[in-house]
Each structure stands twice: as structure tokens, then as C-alpha cells.
Design a protein around this ligand. Structure first.
Ligand SMILES: [Zn+2]
Length: 292
């Protein structure tokens, strides 16, 4: 019965049938948003089925703010002219197949741009300080089979042989951010195969972006490496004071403190992982589907 009943949209109040609407997550009452509003009012990078009415309202306010940022920094975007190729222009951009990632250098904002925008259309923006990391993933065709490329941050020659650009069927760039509504941005760069050289350019651009956004993760991990040096020093000192305590037949305060430090550092060492591990963490923590 519910399948045929019409429900009104929380944004435009239009009546929509089961196939023309998405149910919001509010528990207190059944609320819906119509497909037209999803398409025209929400970012293509949010999942309304995982949002409450309050989330939708917050998102719309945020979109207005982001639209102002777009107006301010990206409205006048232009590609560098030939004579400017070796000078610093206000913007940088990466071709991502059906999309383009644009960067306004001075402000540090990024914008995910699509060709053929409608009059007055703005695009999602996020700040470089909000970018946490990025990776690519996709599907490659092997004969009539499909081979999955899991979340990847860089590719070695061996991996490129295993996943040749000519075989790309689908390739997506995922950017993880702390933007309140864009925690996981999936950009479907290639959706239906393509020529090897065009695919190669897109894949290389996406991996360069991943490199740039993963710098923070790498620095974090490098900091942990210093911890490793301290860890060895601490292990040595702990051993010394434990032996001292054993000799005296008393587990004194000094030994206790040393053991405490040692255990803390041991935990830090356990947390030391690779960039790919951190990407896997972000995939878990930033996926709006995992909030429920
Ligand atoms: Zn609506």
C-alpha cells in the first residue's frame, strides 16, 4: 500500500510516489524529499537517504555559503594563456575526464567543476585545510571479466602492467575531507571505458591529486617514525630501571613512570601505519553510510 501512496516533499511540498522520492532518516516522523529537489538543490556528493531533515537544512545553508565562495574565487576562472604557462596564475586545474578539479591558489579553495554548467550553477567547494586524503579505485576489463582496482594511492610499474590504462572501464577519485557535508567525495571520472592515452592522463592527474592531498598523512606517519627512535631509548631506560628495581626488591616510582611511558609509546608505535592504512580508516570513518 505504502508503495502507491504519495508523500509530500519536505522542501517543495510536491506529492511524490515511491519511485520519485527518498525517505529521510528522521525516526519521529516519516519525511521524504522528492527526486527533483535532490537533483536541483542538493550536492551530487551527498546521500539524502542517510540524512535527516535537520541535515538537509544544514546542508542547504552550507551550500549557500559555498556558492558565495564559488562566486568569489571561481566565477572568473580562466586557463593560463600560452605566454603565462611558466608564470603563476591565480588558478590551477586538473582534467578528470567528465570533471575538473580547480584550485584557487591564494585562498586555498578547491572546486569540483563539470562542463556545460547551467546559468547560475555553482559547484561544490572545499578548502585545502579540509582535505584529509584521496585515492582512486575502479573496474578494469579482463576479457569478459571485471577486475577490481581497490583503493589505491600510487601505482608501481608492476601494478600498471596488471592494471593497464586501456582496460579501465570505470575509475573514481575519492577525496576525504572534514567539510561538514562532503566527508567523502566520489568523482566518477571514467564511467564507460575510453582510449588508453586519455585514460592515462586522467589516472595520472588523479594520482597527482591523491599525492598532494595525502601529504598530510605522510607527514603524520613521518612524525611517528621519530617516535620510534624515542621508543628504543625508552625501552632501554625501562629495562635499566626495572633491573634496578628488581635488584632493590622494590618496584619504585621511577620504574613505574618508565614503564608507563614505555607502554604509551608502544601504543603510538602500534598506531604507526602506512598511507594506505590511513586511507582505509578514512574510508570507514568518512562514509556517511557508516553513521547508522
Ligand atoms: Zn521537492
Amino acid at each position: 500500500m505504502a508503495l502507491f501512496s504519495k508523500e509530500s516533499c519536505v522542501l517543495c511540498e510536491k506529492e511524490a510516489g515511491a519511485l520519485g522520492r527518498t525517505k529521510l532518516t528522521d525516526k519521529s516522523s516519516k519525511l521524504y524529499i522528492c527526486n527533483d529537489c535532490v537533483k536541483t538543490k542538493l550536492s551530487p556528493y551527498v546521500l539524502p537517504g542517510y540524512m535527516s531533515k535537520a541535515d538537509i537544512d544544514g546542508h542547504l545553508v552550507q551550500r549557500e555559503k559555498d556558492a558565495e565562495i564559488y562566486e568569489q574565487y571561481f566565477k572568473d576562472f580562466s586557463y593560463p594563456k600560452v605566454k603565462e604557462l611558466f608564470t603563476e596564475t591565480p588558478w590551477g586545474s586538473w582534467n578528470l575526464g567528465k570533471y575538473e578539479l580547480r584550485h584557487h591558489r591564494e585562498s586555498g579553495y578547491y572546486c569540483i567543476w563539470e562542463p556545460y554548467p547551467k546559468e547560475g550553477q555553482t559547484f561544490d567547494v572545499f578548502h585545502k585545510d579540509e582535505a584529509q586524503g584521496a585515492c582512486i579505485w575502479g573496474e578494469y576489463k579482463v576479457g569478459s571479466d571485471v577486475k577490481i582496482l581497490p583503493d589505491t594511492t600510487h601505482m608501481t610499474l608492476t601494478e600498471l602492467k596488471e592494471y593497464p590504462d586501456k582496460d579501465i572501464q570505470r575509475l573514481t577519485l575519492t577525496i576525504f575531507t572534514t567539510h561538514p557535508y562532503l566527508s567523502l567525495i566520489d568523482i566518477p571520472m571514467i564511467t564507460n571505458g575510453g582510449k588508453a592515452d586519455a585514460n592515462e592522463r586522467i589516472r595520472e592527474n588523479a594520482l597527482n591529486i591523491a599525492d598532494a592531498f595525502n601529504k598530510g598523512l605522510q607527514e603524520e606517519l613521518d612524525e611517528h617514525k621519530t617516535t620510534n627512535k624515542e621508543f628504543r631509548q625508552s625501552a632501554k631506560e625501562t629495562r635499566k630501571s626495572l633491573f634496578g628495581a628488581l635488584k632493590e626488591g622494590a618496584f619504585n616510582e621511577d620504574a613505574q613512570a618508565k614503564v608507563g611511558t614505555f607502554l604509551t609509546q608502544m601504543q603510538a608505535r602500534k598506531d604507526t601505519t602506512t598511507v594506505d592504512d590511513r586511507i582505509a580508516d578514512l574510508r570507514r570513518t568518512n562514509d556517511p553510510k557508516n553513521r547508522f
